[in-house]
Design a protein around this ligand. Structure first.
Ligand SMILES: NC(=O)C1=CN([C@@H]2O[C@H](COP(=O)(O)OP(=O)(O)OC[C@H]3O[C@@H](n4cnc5c(N)ncnc54)[C@H](OP(=O)(O)O)[C@@H]3O)[C@@H](O)[C@H]2O)C=CC1
Ligand SMILES: CCCCCC/C=C/C(=O)O
Length: 502
């Protein structure tokens, strides 16, 4: 990563950007067939950035048709693995060359801090696509131990035309988590970015095309969930959908599939992730720094945010003192100022949703923050609640609000942690190795971190238990399972004479 610039320099870049406005289908930008558009705003300033094509079912049909053509003629799906890899590596080089522009675009479109865009979102996006590109010519098929007279080959084939439906909280990174493995597998894609955060996906599509990705392989249909997301989910010629977003919308994708062509559906959804701090936690100051990072990073707009702090009564006061000290360092303000750690919430409507929870503290006590700033920002807020049944401990707020629940034993901590419909991530802080392992085993979550809060790595699978998701995992070699299907090919080796005899 190159050095950070000043706020004024970032503002100058933002002012110079040429913003994409149209859907990207079959290798070129196109307006919606209806001619409709919608406005996209910078959530930090409330100013309109540009208008974008508001596509509808007819645009989805065209994108799927072009994706199908590309898939069937093999221009990507049957390209030599080495050539596919070369195109994706070239694509990564172009992303690198344009990384600063992408970081600024991501920040003004989503309210994320430029600091995070420069240090996490953009570099991790490139790293993810490169990682999957490198994998393309390193995955082998298998031969089954079937019989002496046969060879039974188990081969992986790309699923076909896939729909990728994206959330607004990590627009670039979630795009990368899905296009990395699906392009590597040889699929053709129809992507629906979240309406609030469409700009970087369009720019990425343009760069992929410049890198040599054949037309029709990566299509972006811009617009709303009802006019684009639903037709994509219901489309009879889409083979699978990979979705990241809310549990309510994920549930809809299952219905779309069951009511149409039974397309495969992979869901990565919400979380209300517990962070347990036991009375024997090793270093309360380091623990507190992890708690704060887990709760407030990305404004808490993170499905794996550590939003429930479950703390043993004997260390509660000492821990909270340190948590508050660290949280005070997370300053709120202009996302283009590189010293800022907490930017704007993604939209006015999401700001309204998050700030409404500040009015629902009943019975709980706000021990830090609790205020909104300029109708777009929410201060890092900590609320001590009487128990896990409190509304703030139950619902996914998706904002910088941490709830604190007090427990008296390890068993109680695990029970409270698991008392949720979600199961995406969890963490436990203890110096007792047996407790750590017993806890990690007992916590019903797709990722458990011990003595740290971490999002994992491109090399480790990411996904949920319970209502946080199912059907597959993002990241790691397991992500390829989403976008490939297994075929068994039998080859009979027996002599024709033997065959007639037997
Ligand atoms: N797990 C995660 O990472 C995320 C969780 N969330 C949770 O969801 C809450 C609501 O956020 P929201 O933006 O509404 O999330 P959604 O789940 O509604 O949005 C995710 C994606 O699904 C699309 N979509 C929305 N409605 C439909 C539909 N009926 N059919 C097909 N596609 C649809 C959205 O389009 P469009 O944007 O155009 O509406 C977007 O591209 C958040 O407050 C948070 O709690 C939100 C984002 C990410
Ligand atoms: C560098 C890793 C960032 C991981 C963010 C994971 C969030 C996923 C989601 O909210 O869907």
């Amino acid at each position: 990563m190159s050095d950070l610039l000043t706020r004024e320099e970032y503002e100058a870049i933002a002012a110079s950007l040429v913003l994409p406005q149209n859907a990207f289908i079959d290798g070129r930008f196109r307006p919606a067939m209806s001619g409709d558009t919608f406005e996209t705003t910078n959530p930090a300033t409330g100013k309109v950035l540009t208008t974008i094509a508001a596509c509808g079912p007819e645009d989805v049909d065209l994108a799927v048709e072009k994706a199908r053509e590309a898939f069937e003629d093999g221009r990507w799906s049957r390209l030599h693995p080495g050539e596919r890899k070369e195109v994706l590596i070239r694509f990564c080089k172009l992303l690198e060359r344009n990384s600063r522009e992408l970081a600024v675009l991501e920040s003004i479109d989503s309210g994320k801090t430029i600091y995070d865009c420069e240090t996490v979102d953009v570099p991790e996006t490139i790293h993810c696509i490169k990682w999957h590109a490198e994998l393309i010519d390193k995955i082998y098929d298998q031969v089954a131990p079937a019989s002496d007279n046969h060879i039974a080959m188990i081969v992986r084939e790309p699923v076909g035309v896939v729909g990728l439906v994206l959330p607004w909280n990590f627009p670039l990174l979630m795009l990368a988590w899905k296009i990395g493995p699906s392009l590597a597998a040889g699929c053709s894609l129809v992507i629906k970015p979240a309406a609030e955060t469409t700009l970087t996906a369009l720019r990425v599509a343009e760069l992929a095309s410049q890198a040599g990705l054949p037309d029709g392989v990566l299509n972006i249909v811009t617009g709303s969930g009802s006019k684009v997301g639903e037709p994509l989910g219901r489309h009879p010629d889409v083979d699978m959908v990979s979705f990241t977003g809310s549990t309510a919308t994920g549930r809809r994708f299952l219905n779309y599939s069951s009511e149409t062509n039974l397309k495969e559906v992979v869901l990565e959804m919400g979380g209300k992730n517990p962070c347990i701090v036991m009375d024997d936690a090793e270093d309360l100051d380091v623990t507190a720094a992890h708690v704060v990072n887990g709760a407030f990073w990305n404004m808490g707009e993170n499905c794996s945010a550590a939003s429930r702090l479950i703390v043993h009564k004997d260390v509660k006061d000492a821990l909270l003192e340190r948590v508050m000290a660290h949280a005070r360092e997370w300053n709120v303000g202009d996302p283009l100022d590189p010293s800022i750690r907490v930017g704007a919430l993604v939209s006015k409507s999401h700001f309204d949703k998050v700030s409404s929870y500040l009015e629902k503290v009943d019975g709980g006590k706000v021990i830090l923050g609790g205020k909104t700033v300029e109708g777009a920002f929410v201060e890092p807020t900590i609320v001590d609640v009487p128990g896990n049944n409190h509304l703030l401990a139950k619902e996914e707020i998706f904002g910088p609000i941490l709830t604190v629940i007090t427990v008296s034993s390890f068993e109680e901590a695990i029970a409270v942690a698991n008392d949720t419909e979600y199961g995406l991530a969890a963490s436990i802080f203890t110096s007792n190795v047996k407790r750590a392992i017993r806890g990690a085993r007992a916590l019903r979550a797709g990722t458990v971190t011990v003595n740290s809060f971490g999002e994992g790595d491109i090399s480790t699978p990411f996904g949920g238990y319970k209502q946080s998701g199912f059907g597959g995992r993002d990241n790691s070699i397991h992500a390829h399972d989403q976008y490939t299907q297994l075929k068994t090919i039998w080859l009979d080796l027996s002599d024709p004479v033997d065959q007639t005899v037997g």
